[in-house]
Write a protein that binds this ligand. Sequence first.
Ligand code: NAI
Length: 471
Amino acid sequence: MAPVKVTKICCIGAGYVGGPTCAVIALKCPDITVTIVDLNKARVDAWNSEDFDLPIYEPGLEDVVRQCRGRNLFFSTDVDKGILEADLIFVSVNTPTKKSGVGAGFAADLNYVELATRRIAAVATSSKIVVEKSTVPCRTAESMRTILEANSKPGCRFDILSNPEFLAEGTAITDLFSPDRVLIGSLQTKEGKDACQSLTAVYGHWVPTERILNVGLWSSELSKLAANAMLAQRISSINALSAICEATGANIDEVANAVGKDSRVGSKFLRASVGFGGSCFQKDILNLVYLSESLHLPEVAAYWRQVVEMNEYQKRRFSKRVVDTLFNTITGKKIAVLGFAFKADTGDTRESAAITLIKNFQAERALVTIYDPQVLHTQIWSDLMEASPGVPLETIKRQVSIANSALEACRDAEAIVIATEWKEFRTIDWADVYTRMTKPAFVFDGRLLVDAEKLREIGFKVTVIGRGERL
Ligand code: NAI
């Protein structure tokens, strides 16, 4: 049999990955009907909203959805219909870190992947290519295959592919339009290779052939964990050096620039910060740690675990620097936190460094006002409640408030903490901000965002990650 020509795609999971990825497939492949299904009705309703008030903030996404929705792109809660009609199904559900049971705190929770896989087996009445798009531990495809084969109807065959997603939130659409590579893993059997060709043909609508890498299933699964671990490792490495800079009077920007000019190292991901966040880096490294331990490789596990530990240290260190600088106490002092998303150009707050910083400030009994241009207030409250289990929202609200602008957040503050690198924080009228603050007015730049010298000229006392100057 020749490779199947894909004409109907179903994507299970309308989140940060499934939504943008399959919207771009619909845009680039007008001959393919793409249906994105999710059990979360509120999310699906938002994708279908008349005024395109999408559930995810991502530059360029609305434009893509406007072009295809209702044409060859559909969002639905009818998971079964999506499965029934498709010849290729992306499984793009969440795979968070397990909260309980064996491997709690490290291993990936594959419950959502398993449920979606079982649903495919229960519903499908014809053969399907099932594509693992979620980030999963090595050999998950094997488990999916076992479930599918054990539950399939006569005449249905399932070919499993691994096609991890490398998009970064905030630049998802440009990443998808022009990916560095598309990785497709398959069994190296005739059927596996045919399925791989079918998916290659989908991406072939816009991705140059030389950027589509066909590899074995396990290499594909491991490559995604490896890529995230190596990216996070660069951040932890530069952050470790930022601590040395602060202690010696060196400047991390200068060090990173000098190191990054070496073409063997390269300049990307060498920006010191208050720490990395997001739903993937920590989760995927912990996954790698768990995998290494399961494979009886304790030294390998310890090596990768240190990348996460350095990230925690950086957040603690930054919080302590704020307290130390404000004369060793922030009790009752008003601190404006600018930015709550884990990075700029996204409304995603998962594992955001801001959450840890604010929790530390709460523990010191400071009064915190938060401003973020994209994150919904309800999301901020729910994250702060999750960070302080058992503490009622009313109690949190005695210490924390949310402002609708940076200027409002900074009014009467003694210190400003920049937690997310939103561009708009660079262009605030800092002279105006200064007049509204209690003096001395402090700025703590956790993202190397502002021009510290200019702010000092205005009168601010400025502390920057990885700079050795003492006040
Ligand atoms: P998400 O949590 O935003 O979206 C997952 C969606 O799947 C949710 O809307 C949920 O309701 C839905 N879902 C779960 N089980 C379902 C089921 N059985 N049937 C129908 N819908 C179901 O997660 P996100 O961020 O999109 O991540 C998905 C996967 O992609 C994860 O494995 C993640 O590690 C990986 N990934 C995430 C990236 C990111 O930047 N967020 C980048 C690359 C990979």
